[in-house]
Each structure stands twice: as C-alpha cells, then as structure tokens.
Design a protein. Structure first.
Lengths: 567, 408
C-alpha cells in the first residue's frame, strides 16, 4: 500500500500559502507590492479583499508576473518548473467606493522519469524518458562445435510519467461603506489533479528462446503490468475582511477565512504473465501463469478556517507601524475499506497422461483511516520608514507557531490457498493437498511536527538609477523544530498454514518464531538560527509597466523575472 | 505560558508513547493453540486396564456392581464445556440392550483426558458412541473420527468404542474391507472366468452380496454382461458370466461400497481403516487373451536411452506380455504423450521415426540440465490402437497406472 506516498500529497492539501510578489520576496516580506496588500496580507495567510481599495487604477497580472511559483527561470529553457498560465488583475476606479480583483490560474504539465533498461549481463543499453522500449538477443554455442545453437531474445518496455493539472479562479470585491469603514469579500475555487505512472508498475517483458538449428521455440515468458496512482483534490474558499479607520492615524482590520477541502486518492495496479517451457505445443503443459491486482482508494475531506486582526498606525508622514496576528486551523480526515489485493497463479505441467497442477489464490483486504490536523498561529509587527519614493526601509518582528499531526491507521488481512493435484484422480490421494495460509495486521503511524519561529526581518528599497530600484532583505530568525513519528502494532496474527491432504491427514504450521515490531518512536529536536538573504531589482520604465527581477547572477539562466501592467 | 503548554504537549506525547509500548494483543486460543485441525480421540481405555483395554474391572468391591471408568484421550485441546453427558451415549449390547448412565464425566485439560465413571454389570458388553458434532476443540472444530478432515455428521463422524465385563461379546464396530479380487490381469485364458471378491473383517451381510451390488460391463461400450452368483458367504462372493465372454475383450467389474457387514458397518473399500461418505465402489478391469482374430496385447516400453551427447532419447517398444516386436502408431508420438523433464522444466522435443516401426527418437531442442526424466503417457498406442501398458499387467491405457517413467 503506497499510503505514505499518498499522505505527503494529502498534507500538502492542508497547508498552503498565498503567492508572493517579487517585491516582497526580495525584501523579506516586509515591503509589499499592490497584489500582496490585498491578496496575501501582512502575514501571507489569506486574502484581505477590502484592501483592494488601496490599489487605485488597473493592474493586470499575466504569465509574466511569475506569481504561480516565483521560481520560473525565464531564460533557461531546460528548467524543470514550467509554471502555469496565469491571468488576473484588479480595478479600482478613481474616486470610486468599490474595487474588484480577479485571479485565475491554469496549469497542465507532464514530467517524465528517467528509465534505464538493462541488457545482457545487466549492462544498460537504453535510457530515456516517457516510454522506453528495447530488444536484445544473446546467441550461444551450447555444444561447443563452433556454431551458434540457441538464441535468447528479450523485449522490454517501461513507462513512467507524472501528469499534473491545476485550475483555480478567485473573485474579490471591496466596498467602502463609509469614510471610516470598508468591507471585502472573496470567493475562490481550485482543483488539482495528479496522476503518477510508476516505472515499476508499467512494464512489460517478453523472453523467447529458440533452437537455431530446428527453429523450434524452447521457452517463452510474457509479463505485463499497468498501474497508476491518482490524487484529485479541490477546495472552495471564502475570505472576508473589514478595515475601520478608528482615527486619522490608525486603521484596525479583521479578516476571516473558511475553506472546504476534499480529495480523492486512489491507486490501482495489475500484473499478469505467462511462462511456458513448451511453447507452441498443443495438449501438453509446462506453464506458469499469474495475475495480480491491487487497488486502494480513500477520499479524505475537511476544512480550514481561521482569522486575524490587523492594525495600521501612521506615526507621521514617514513612519508607519503595522501589526497583525492570526490563527488558522485545518483538519482532513477520511477512512476507506477499499484496499484489496488479489493474486492468482498456477503452475501446470504434463507428466505422461496426468496433469500436475499447483494453483495459488491469494486475497487480501483492509482499510485505512487518515486523520490530519494542523494549527498555525502567527503574529508580526513592522515599522516602516518611507520618506520618499527613492527610499523605503522596514524592520519587523515575527512570531509563528505551526503544529501538524497526522494519524494513519492501517488494517489488512490476507488469505492464501494453495491447491495441488497430481492429476491421477486417486481416491483419498495422500499426494494431493489444499493448504490455507492466513495472516493479518493492524498498525498505526502517528506523525507530529512543530515549528516555532521568531524572526527579526529587515528590508529596504532604494532608487539606484532613475526608475530603477534595488531591494535587499534579510530575515534573521530563531527556529525550534521538533518531529516525532510513532508506529504501533495494534494487532497481528502470525502466518498460519493449515494443510489438508487428500487422505484426510491434517497438518498445521505456524510461523515460528513469530516476530513482531510492536512499536517504534523517532524523535528529532532541532534549534537553530538562520539568516536568509534576498535581493532584487525593480524597474518602472513608464507608468504602465513594472518589471521586477530576482536571482541576478553571472548567468542569465538564473534570472527570474516578473512584469506587472498598470493603467 | 507557551513553555508550559509545550511541556504539557510533550508529556501527553510521552504518555501516549508509553501507552503504545506494547500494544500487541495475543489471541492465543484461536491462532496459536487451536488452529483449524480437527481433533481426534487417539486413545480409548478403561481406568482399571489403562489405555488400550476394553475390559471393565471392579475398582470398588465394597459397592454393588462393577465400578470402573472409560478413559478418552484427545489429541487437541478440547473445550471443556462440550464434555457433557449429552456428548456420550452408552448402551448395553449383550445381553439385551438398554441405556447406561455415567455417574460422572470429568475432563482434565492439562492431560487432554476425559474420565467417564459408571457402574457396570458383569458378563455384559457395552457400546459407547461419542456423538458427532457435540465435542469441540477450543477453536470450535468438531471431532473427525473418520479422518477425512471434514465434519460429516452422524453416522460418519460418530466415534464408537466397545467395552465388556466378564464373558460378554462386544459388538463388531470394525468396517469390513477387501481381501482380494479376481481376475485382475489382461491375460485371462478362460471364456467363463469367475469374478469374485474376498472380504476381511466380516462377516458380510449376505443379502447385500447380490447382482445389484455386483455388476460387470464390457469396458469398450459399457454393455452389461449377465452374471450368475456361484457362491455367497460372509467372506466372499463368486460369480460367473451367464454366457461365454469374448477373446481379446476387456471387462469392468464393480462392487458397490454401499454394502455392510452383519453389524451394519459399511465397506472400507480402500482399506485405510476409515469409511468416508464418498467411499468409492470397488472397480477393476480384466481382459481375455487374444485368439487368432484379435490383436489386443498392449505395447510397453522395452528400453529408453539417452544417447551420447545428450542430444536425443531413443525409446524402443515391445508387446507387453509376450515381449514380441510391435508396430507403433507414430501419430501418438507427440509432445502431449512423451516428455523429458530436467531441472529447468520440460524440454521441447522433435520426434523422429526411422526404419524401426517399434522405436522413436526424441530430439531434445535444448541442452539438459541436471537429472532428466522420461515420461511416456499411456496414450501412446500401437498400430491396433492398444494403449501403453506401463505396469505390464496386460491392461493398458489406465492414466497414471500405465504411464511409464524412467530417470535417464
């Protein structure tokens, strides 16, 4: 069961952050651009739509804005991150009491894993991405007479890729109720889908051996498998905010967010094959066949909600003090009894007039419970000096505490029946038997993670040339991280085999010694300091465009670019 | 405050960790000690004589009657709650009949033994029936006295035991079995043979040894052959065809398994000591020898040789009984009928026939690995369609029995 791999995806559905502009990213999140003001807020935890009214005019965000990941390397065509098609903007007419904002994003991408096929002697002979196929042969002089007598030919295919898609759209509005009160509302919907085809699941193998002298096939093997894991998730998010001017110098605001989360996670894989030692012969068997299938699905759902308060205090024309705090909690849970595995295989061999057969039939079933919760408390304050358009500096203090807990409860039980017959139809035949083997296990894994961070960021922006601004940021911080992973064996039964022979004799075997891992605990505690630096350049060639750069270096390949249109 | 909160969280986590230190829950009765095997009573005896004894002797002379006890030993752990009076029926069988009550029934789990105490009469025989389905082991499995790994119910899974005191005769609880049956070969030289069966552990119920339970057909078309009974006793039945049989013809005789001895015990056809509900009829074939007009002597493998270089196997055939030369049907030399199997599995074969009509060369299409074994099916035939006679009894064509195998 690939539940752990799937769990990573589920967790990412619960914890997400708002996108940042290059301006805020290069100043340690202290100097916000227009989009940051209304779409992310000071804490980058949720949209604050009433602040749309602070962004007068028209802003247009396109794919050039590089908002989807912030890491697109526009001058490097080989970059893995392809980004998405993004379109949005905001509109606040001059002197108007309302504002509108829209942000949509579409992404469709496919990544390939490198696949290597091994030839004779285990030496790689073809590597590539997507679907890889190859055939190789080996010729052998079996009797040493100086001529080749047999051929061994192998044909193999393998396929691996990851398909991802994203569609999201949000509409935000702001309204100035009075000179001292403004309200904002935003609604967004997003859906993502990821389908993974693993190389181990999607593979075929054909082997054919033949006698070169007579042309007779002496052995064949054909095996093929298909499988995929899929993760579909969606969320509907509602954000509301309000800001009140309690005085000419101070605004106080509040914000609230609610998101409904849902997901469907599934895994399906199948494998079948045949191995024939007497290929092409009718009525005679020395053949093994097998067929396996495994599937799993779970649909966890949950919600994320929370809110916070914000205060803006304008100390004088140049100094501003801003403080914000918020608490958000998210939970996601789901259970499934849809896990099943079945394997059927047989080995049938003709011995004179009899058909000797061994048939295996295995069935397993089980269920999974997933329960994930996380809590985020964040508080921050910053003091900004903005004496002119040529220079801005901001210093702040931030505190955040993040706790994550996830519990995965797995139960499975399995039954394997082996039936052997020597084919002679003898009554009470002691050679024939039916063996039934059973085993089961229930375990639980609890993972917790706690991150507490205190940071003292500083960021500045200054004009180095006309219309060219340099940006610098540093965010020294103290971080306390702890993680625990506890696994517990809730219940287990040993592998017990009960054999009934044709003559009625019974035998029972139990796995002995029966060893269990009853529980494990892994703990990590880490305390450290960090000082992440950031820098960038902003260029406003005219009133209609703003160009921001990050990742500046000797090579253009490392440059990241963002462009915003304004009217 | 945050430190206190964090401390409480850590403490709770530790407590949770402690609680999970050993969460393993053993369910020993079901999976470890019981399992799915059926229990059996492996020893029976009396307290006075020990296991293996069926004679009651008085252990308390001061009381009237013979005080003794039946001892039963089980080969698996038994659910003590099933060792009750309802699980046992004791009757007097000689002289006369009538129920007998035990005074106490006790099960000793540590020894796996049940003790059934009673007062018995002198010069009396008894029959104990451990009723099918009443006694269960700790996993819930019923007793399986007839050893077929199934619960068949009464009477198949009733466990019987007999006892006596003094000079009484115990009831016969042993199933009759087959001592021998005739004729069984392919060279019967008499047009009026006498098919017969001799029994052990009788006496058989003579009324059941009749031509409804003893039949004969011509094997080739199942045409019924009229028989007459020459002799019936408690230990045998002898019959004879009403009319002459035909030379070179094979016949199949059948004796029903649904016959009993005088005590009502069903026939144990295969002689394994147990009677199953699906105990098969006794069936066998015989064949008359050829005359000048028939050619029914089957072929057999004379010799098989892995030739130098291990590139082919030569098989030579002969007539089964006389050893004379035989002309084989080369159409039956196919992979379905002749196999060579080595450590890597079956070896593909190309068949080659030459001047000798009684031989075939099997050309191996790959090198042998380890020990190679030749298997020749009983479906290999001679020019007259006679199938291979692997065991040289003159009767070919019986799957398994008439196949031929040889390590090369």
């Amino acid at each position: 069961m690939k539940i752990l791999a799937l769990l990573v995806i589920v967790i990412s559905a619960v914890t997400f952050a708002q996108p940042q502009t290059f301006r805020s990213m290069s100043t340690s999140g202290l100097i916000l651009d227009d989009l940051d003001r209304w779409f992310s807020g000071m804490l980058f935890t949720q949209p604050v739509p009433d602040r749309l009214l602070e962004v007068a005019g028209i802003r247009v965000y396109t794919g050039l804005s590089n908002l989807s990941t912030g890491t697109d390397l526009v001058f490097d065509e080989t970059a893995d991150t392809r980004g998405s098609f993004l379109l949005g903007g905001s509109y606040v007419p001059l002197e108007a009491s309302f504002g509108l904002g829209i942000l949509t994003e579409f992404m469709n991408e496919r990544f390939f894993d490198e696949i290597t096929l091994l030839g004779a002697g285990g030496i790689p002979y073809v590597s590539g991405e997507g679907t890889v196929e190859g055939t190789w042969s080996e010729y052998i002089d079996t009797n040493g007479d100086g001529t080749l007598d047999s051929r061994h030919t192998v044909h193999e295919t393998a396929e691996a890729r990851i398909d991802s898609s994203l569609t999201s759209a949000g509409v935000y509005g702001a309204y100035e109720v009075s000179e001292t009160l403004r309200l904002g509302l935003g609604v967004s919907y997003s859906t993502t889908s990821t389908e993974v085809l693993d190389e181990d699941d999607n593979r075929s193998l054909s082997i054919a051996d033949s006698n070169l002298v007579t042309g007779a096939q002496t052995y064949t093997l054909d095996s093929s498998g298909e499988g995929f894991s899929k993760d579909d998730r969606s969320s509907i998010e509602i954000a509301v905010s309000a800001t009140s001017a309690v005085s000419d110098m101070m605004d106080i605001g509040g914000m609230f967010l609610f998101a409904s989360l849902s997901s469907d996670i599934s895994y399906e894989a199948g494998l079948s094959g045949t191995e024939d030692f007497l290929p092409g012969e009718i009525g005679v068997y020395d053949i093994a066949t097998w067929s396996e299938s495994e599937n799993y699905s779970v649909s966890p759902g949950g919600s994320r909600f929370g809110g916070g308060l914000n205060m803006d205090l304008r100390l004088d024309e140049s100094w501003t003090l801003e403080a914000s705090g918020g608490y958000y909690t998210a939970s996601l849970s789901g259970s499934s009894d849809q896990y099943s595995i079945s394997m059927d295989s047989s080995y049938i061999v003709s011995i004179a007039s009899l058909i000797d057969s061994t048939i295996f039939d295995m069935n397993g079933s089980g269920g999974t419970d997933i329960d994930i919760t996380n809590d985020l408390f964040a508080f921050g304050a910053k003091l900004t000096l903005d004496p002119s358009e040529m220079f801005t500096i901001s210093m702040g203090m931030g505190f955040s505490m993040f706790d994550l807990s996830n519990t995965v409860h797995n139960a499975s039980s399995n039954n394997l029946v082996e039936t052997y017959s020597d084919g002679d139809d003898e009554f009470a035949d002691p050679d024939d038997y039916v063996s039934t083997t059973t085993w089961s296990q229930t375990d639980e894994t609890i993972t917790t993670e706690s991150i507490t961070r205190i940071s003292i960021p500083v960021g500045l922006e200054f004009e180095v040339l006309p219309k060219v601004y340099a940006r610098l940021g540093a965010s020294p911080g103290f971080v306390w991280e702890s993680e625990t992973e506890t696994t517990s064996l809730i219940e287990a039964s040993p592998i017990v085999s009960h054999i009934v022979y044709g003559d009625g004799t019974e035998q029972q075997f139990v796995e002995s010694p029966f060893e269990t891992i009853d529980g494990t605990l892994i703990e990590t505690d880490d305390n450290y300091t960090e000082i992440p630096y950031s820098y960038g350049v902003g260029y406003t060639p005219n009133d209609f465009i703003q160009i921001d750069l990050m990742g500046l270096g000797d090579s253009l390949n490392q440059w990241r670019l963002s462009a915003t249109l304004s009217f | 405050m945050k430190r206190i909160t964090a401390g409480i969280s850590v403490l709770l986590l530790l407590l949770l960790g402690c609680a999970q230190d050993n969460p393993f829950k053993a369910d020993s009765e079901v999976q470890w000690e019981g399992g799915n095997e059926h229990p059996h009573i492996d020893m029976v005896g009396t307290e006075s004589g020990g296991f293996g004894s069926s004679q009651f002797s008085d252990l308390d002379p001061e009381r009237n009657g013979i005080q003794d006890a039946v001892m039963l030993s089980f080969d698996k752990d038994i659910d003590p709650s099933t060792i009750t009076a309802a699980s046992f029926e004791m009757i007097k069988t000689d002289p006369g009949t009538g129920p007998v009550q035990f005074e106490s029934i006790t099960y000793y789990p540590e020894d796996g033994i049940a003790i059934l105490v009673g007062t018995f009469s002198d010069d009396t025989a008894y029959l104990l029936t451990v009723t099918a389905g009443r006694i269960l082991d700790i996993t819930g499995n019923e007793l399986d006295p007839n050893h077929n790994a199934l619960y068949d119910g009464s009477p198949w899974d009733d466990r019987l035991a007999t006892f006596y005191a003094g000079s009484a005769t115990m009831r016969d609880i042993t199933s009759p079995s087959i001592n021998s049956n005739f004729p069984i070969t392919g060279n019967v030289g008499n047009l009026t043979p006498q098919p017969r069966v001799l029994f052990d552990n009788g006496p058989m119920k003579v009324s059941q040894l009749n031509l409804n339970n003893f039949t004969m057909v011509r094997t080739s078309d199942s045409a019924s052959v009229a028989l007459q009974v020459l002799s019936v006793t408690g230990s045998q039945i002898v019959t004879q065809p009403v009319n002459d049989l035909s030379w070179g013809t094979r016949y199949t005789v059948r004796l029903s398994a649904q016959i009993t001895d005088d005590a009502g015990n069903y026939l144990d056809t295969n002689g394994d000591g147990y009677v199953w509900p699906d105990e098969p009829d006794l069936v066998w074939d015989f064949k008359l020898t050829d005359d000048a007009s028939t050619h029914t002597e089957p072929p057999a493998v004379d010799q098989a040789t892995l030739m130098p270089g291990n590139t082919y196997v030569r098989i030579e055939f002969e007539k089964s009984l006389s050893g004379d030369d035989v002309v084989m049907d080369t159409a039956t030399f196919i992979a379905a009928n002749i196999q060579v199997i080595d450590n890597n599995g079956s070896i593909p074969i190309v068949f080659e026939t030459g001047a000798d009509p009684g031989a075939v060369n099997c050309l191996l299409q790959r090198s042998t690995e380890g020990t190679a074994t030749l298997h020749v099916s009983c479906r290999v035939a001679d020019e007259y369609g006679n199938l291979l006679d692997g065991n040289h009894d003159g009767l070919g064509g019986t799957p398994g029995e008439d196949d031929y195998s040889e390590v090369l």
